[in-house]
Design a binder for this molecule. Sequence first.
Ligand SMILES: [Mn+2]
Length: 310
Amino acid sequence: MSKVFVVGHKNPDNDAIMSAVIFSQLANAVDKDNEYVACRQGGLPGETAKVLADCGFPEPQLLTAIEPADPKTKVWLTDHAELSQTLDGIENAEIVGIVDHHRIADVTTPQPATYIALPWGSSCTVIARLFEIEGIEPSKEQATCLLAAMMTDTVMLKSPTTTDVDRRIAAKLGEQLGVDPVEFGAQVFRSRGADDFTPEQMVSRDIKRFDIAGKAVYIGQYETVNKAPVLEQSDALLKAMEDYRLAHEGDTLVLLVTDIIDEGSQVFIVGDPDLAERGLGIKATPEGTWMPGVLSRKKQVAAPIIAAGE
Ligand SMILES: [Mn+2]
C-alpha cells in the first residue's frame, strides 16, 4: 500500500481544493492498493472552508514541496498541469496521474501516467463524471462539494467555459441535493466574505504566471458580487499590483476584477502592457477597462494574450 498525495494548484481556488478532496475519496473507494491523501498548496478560500466544514470533511493537509526520496513520493495532480502552478521539487515526485480541465501544459512524466483532461467548466465536473463511469453515486456531502466547485469555476454556469456536460451534471447534482444549482452557487459566492480582502489579497489570492514570448505575464482574477467598493480602491489596487509584479520578477501583471452579477471584468494592466493590450484590444489605463462578458481568465484573457505572443 503506498501513499499518493493528491494536490491542486498553487494559490488554490475552490475547484483546486474540492477536486483534491473528492478525487482522493473516489480513488480510495475504487483503488484499494493505494491510500490517497488530499493535500493543498495554500490557504483555503472562505467559501471552501465553509462548505468543507458544513460537510464535516477535514481540511486537506498542507503540501508545498517534494523532497528527494527513494522510492519517489507519489503525487496525483488535480486542476492543473503547469509547472508554474505545481509543487516545488516536482522533479523529485512520481506523478501517477492528473485530473484537469486546462490546456495541456508543461508538466511531464518519465513513465506512463493516467491523464484525464476534458475541456469542461471545472475539474469537479470531470470528477463527477468519473463517479458516473465508476457507477458510484456521490454522497450528499460529496455532491455538495462537487457542485460548489462547479458553480464557482463556471461563475454559476455563466462563464463561456461552461459546456452541456456541466449543465447536465449540475442539474443532476442539484436534483440529488434538492437545490437549484445557480441559487446554491450564489450562496457559495456570498459565503466568500468578499469585503474583507486587502488590495494585496485581491491581487495575489488567485494569480497565475504565464511565460509568453519571453515575458513573464501574471494574470490575477478577483471575483466579486459587487465591484463598486473594489474599484473605489483602484489606486491601492494598482500599487499592490506593481508591488507584486516587482517582487515576482514579472514583466506584466493583468488583474481582472470580475463582477459575477454584472457579468464582466474591469481589467487593469501594470508593467509592460504591450502583449496584454494587443491580446485584449484595450489600453492600460489607471482606472482600468470594463470588458463586458469577460468572466473566464483562461479562455477570454490568457488565451488571447498567449496568441498575441505567437
Ligand atoms: Mn478549475
